[in-house]
Design a binder for this molecule. Structure first.
Ligand SMILES: Nc1ncnc2c1ncn2[C@@H]1O[C@H](COP(=O)(O)OP(=O)(O)OP(=O)(O)O)[C@@H](O)[C@H]1O
Ligand SMILES: [Mg+2]
Length: 242
């Protein structure tokens, strides 16, 4: 996966205002084409980065011997290693397999970026669903890529860890597994906040995103050990910047 070429889209202040988000219009996101260069599985499907994500996909599907639905947390040791880009590319690669329905949840309730990368308007999402203000179906948005849906973070809460660690979150994931083959959850870095570690024990697997040449080896090892000690099942690593 190539090195950074552009800055991550930063949500504007208005995007992050703690109120006033509307529910998504039905299927509005399907009209927005995926344009960003980093989303290589869609923007450069024959290129080497797309191939690397297909190879990660193949490793993950090979581990899934029973062919059942899976929830996967995408995280990293430190910020900016390429989690959000990797989550989206892996989702696109998984959805290339016929019959595979994929949902990306933006579980980074500190610095959400999934909607920005997809150039979608900010809408109600995970927070409203967990607080019972939005029915689950209204928070799931189909995208322009067939078989890939997203659930944005919604209004950023004051207590992200509490929400993500709640029994409601576990119940929501179980419900989503009835509908999607893979549910990928983008999260903040492990050394920043406890959210990814908390979620890691509630899902079927964790993919650790590592930017080569950036994160010191001992930090990656420590993160790996911490996630496992908390009951997380690490499926593998996704190297970015290679
Ligand atoms: N495969 C890639 N090719 C090119 N650029 C990439 C790639 N992956 C990530 N980047 C770039 O690296 C930067 C960080 O990526 P990204 O937003 O995915 O990281 P992150 O780990 O989600 O960050 P944060 O911890 O802030 O959520 C962005 O500028 C992005 O464009
Ligand atoms: Mg991110």
């Amino acid at each position: 996966m190539s090195s950074a070429k552009s800055n991550p889209p930063t949500p504007s202040e208005a995007d992050l205002r703690p109120s006033g988000l509307k529910p998504a219009e039905h299927d509005e996101a399907t009209a927005v084409s995926i344009e960003r260069e980093e989303l290589a599985v869609v923007s450069d499907p024959r290129g080497p980065i797309a191939e690397q994500f297909r190879s990660l996909r193949n490793s993950i599907t090979a581990l899934n011997r029973d062919g059942g639905s899976h929830t996967i947390v995408m995280t990293s040791a430190v910020a900016g290693e390429g989690k959000t880009v990797a989550t989206l590319n892996l989702a696109f690669a998984l959805a290339e397999m016929p019959g595979t329905q994929v949902l990306v949840i933006d579980g980074d309730l500190h610095g959400p970026a999934v909607e920005s990368y997809l150039e979608l308007p900010r809408r109600q999402g995970l927070t409203e669903i967990l607080s019972g203000d939005l029915p689950m179906e209204r928070g799931v948005r189909r995208t322009a890529v067939e078989r890939v849906s997203v659930m944005g973070p919604g209004t950023l809460p004051l207590n992200p860890s509490e929400l993500l660690g709640s029994d409601r979150m576990r119940a929501l994931l179980n419900e989503l597994k009835q509908r999607f083959t893979y549910v990928l959850i983008d999260t903040p870095a492990v050394t920043q906040v406890s959210d990814a570690s908390l979620l890691g024990s509630k899902v079927d697997g964790i993919v650790l995103v590592v930017r080569l040449g950036k994160t010191p080896r001992h930090e990656v090892e420590q993160t790996y050990n911490n996630l496992e000690a908390l009951g997380g099942n690490i499926l593998g690593t996704c190297l970015t910047g290679a």
